[in-house]
Design a binder for this molecule. Structure first.
Ligand SMILES: Nc1ncnc2c1ncn2[C@@H]1O[C@H](COP(=O)(O)OP(=O)(O)O)[C@@H](O)[C@H]1O
Ligand SMILES: [Mg+2]
Length: 450
């Protein structure tokens, strides 16, 4: 019996009681007035009838279903909806109120989004909750009158974890199930652990090589001084690799720690690109690669940026293009302005037909209105990148050519740095590639407001 029916039957009984006493009173009054009944008899009759009516009233009030009256001797209790629905709807986490028989009595919008409850009217908890542990906890909470709270982690998918909190609603007979999404927390913890493991591994590899050669030069090759220059070359290469790795790790950590500080300085994008290219020309020349720049004909809007960080973006993209291309090929840097972020993205990263494309970072629009933007595209004639690698570019330590066993050394941090910096500038990053023909990386970001 719900709270509503309880209340309705109560009003009905009160009404019957009043009508009975009222009519009896009127009839007796008429009889007294006409002299048919003495005043004393009339009053005693009214008393008798009133006590009979009182007895009926009390009796019918007690005639509630046994199970409910036994569980709630002090007052008739409702079956469901004991937590205020308003309270549930104010909760930002998925919440369900579950009543006897595991019936879902109430839920809020996040819970509906999670379980699609609107399409399952009057569902039982077991229809939407798959975890036997959680269902058992709900049963226990429903049966036990104690208010012990229960919480458990539930693996709901390969990379999805929720924590469920089950608690009995005080002085009620329903339980509240509150769900908390642990997925991002778990993912961050795993990323941190992976990062540490990767960083230590990457540092240990060259260190092992160096100490190996030291041992060789002390022992077996002690007198083979003719071989020493070769060993020293390898050792120098390995220490160089460690130095680069540490430099990349440091710049990644610097970018991360300044992430909350938005770029302030107003910079000239054309000048930033020119400065970066000037530094890269000698490296390209050394590799036998022609580095070309196509600058826009008209001056472009200023940007709000960290100059050093944007220089790092251009340097990383161009040095990758140079590093992964064959001598004799060309690397082209094109840049310009666009009336909106969307157009900047298209111009920067969607130029080739029959190419594989992937947006690695989406620029966040500040408003619905188009926002003036700048873009830059670095194109090479290198080997291209196989499709399966594309989604993982920009992950720390991810190197697509690891399996190729190439001699090209790298840290696998360059694109992670680029992605981080572009995110810091509310910009985007995308790749476009054709196997055997070349790769292009595009970046774009909003221009400074006037
Ligand atoms: N222009 C490019 N052409 C082909 N592959 C590229 C290019 N740029 C990046 N890659 C691939 O992406 C991976 C990640 O790049 P990056 O983060 O700069 O690391 P690194 O250059 O130190 O290996 C590289 O290892 C390489 O496999
Ligand atoms: Mg690189």
């Amino acid at each position: 019996m719900s709270e509503d029916t309880q209340r309705r039957s109560m009003t009905r009984r009160t009404r019957d009681f009043t009508v009975l006493i009222g009519t009896t009173g009127v009839v007796l009054l008429l009889l007294v007035a006409t002299g048919a009944l003495g005043l004393i008899e009339a009053l005693s009759a009214l008393g008798v009838i009133a006590s009979v009516a009182m007895a009926y009233f009390a009796g019918s009030a007690a005639r509630v279903p046994r199970s409910v009256s036994e569980a709630w001797p002090e007052k008739p209790a409702p079956d469901v909806a004991e937590a205020s629905p308003a309270l549930l709807s104010a909760l930002p986490l998925p919440a369900l109120e579950i009543g006897p028989g595991q019936k879902i009595a109430a839920y809020n919008r996040p819970a509906d989004d999670l379980f699609q409850l609107a399409s399952l009217p009057f569902a039982r908890a077991s229809a939407v909750i798959r975890s036997p542990v959680l269902l058992a906890a709900i049963d226990q909470a429903l049966e036990r009158s104690s208010l012990g709270a229960f919480s458990a982690e539930l693996e709901t998918g390969p990379d999805e974890t929720w924590r469920a909190h089950v608690s009995r609603i005080p002085a009620g007979k329903t339980v509240l199930v509150l769900l908390e999404d642990l997925t991002p927390v778990k993912r961050a913890a795993r990323a941190r652990a992976d990062f540490l493991a990767n960083a230590s591994h990457e540092l240990r590899t060259p260190l092992t090589a160096v100490s190996g050669f030291i041992e060789t030069m002390r022992g077996p090759a002690k007198d083979d001084t003719a071989a020493w220059p070769r060993f020293l070359d390898i050792m120098a290469g390995e220490t160089d690799r460690m130095r680069r790795l540490i430099a990349d790790l440091l710049s990644l950590s610097r970018i991360e720690s300044s992430e909350h500080m938005l770029p302030r300085g107003r910079e000239d994008f054309t000048e930033i690109v020119a400065a970066s290219i000037a530094a890269l020309q000698p490296i390209a020349a050394e590799q036998g690669i022609t580095l070309k720049v196509e600058a826009p004909s008209a001056p472009i809007r200023e940007i709000t940026a960290h100059r050093d960080e944007l220089i790092q973006v251009v340097e990383n993209l161009v040095s990758n293009a140079v590093k992964y291309s064959q001598p004799g090929s060309e690397v082209t840097v094109v840049f310009g302005a666009a009336p909106s972020l969307a157009e900047a993205r298209t111009t920067a990263s969607q130029r080739w037909e029959l190419s594989q494309r992937m947006t690695l970072l989406q620029a966040l629009a500040r408003s619905q209105l188009p926002e003036a933007a700048v873009w830059l595209r670095v194109e090479d004639q290198g080997p291209g990148i196989e499709r399966e690698h594309l989604p993982r570019l920009g992950e720390r330590f991810y190197r697509a050519d690891q399996s190729r066993g190439g001699k090209i050394t790298g840290t696998g941090l360059g694109l992670a740095i680029v992605k981080h910096i572009m995110a810091h500038h509310r910009g985007g990053l995308a790749v476009e590639t054709r196997l055997g023909e070349g790769t292009a990386f595009g970046v774009w970001m909003p221009a400074a407001r006037d």
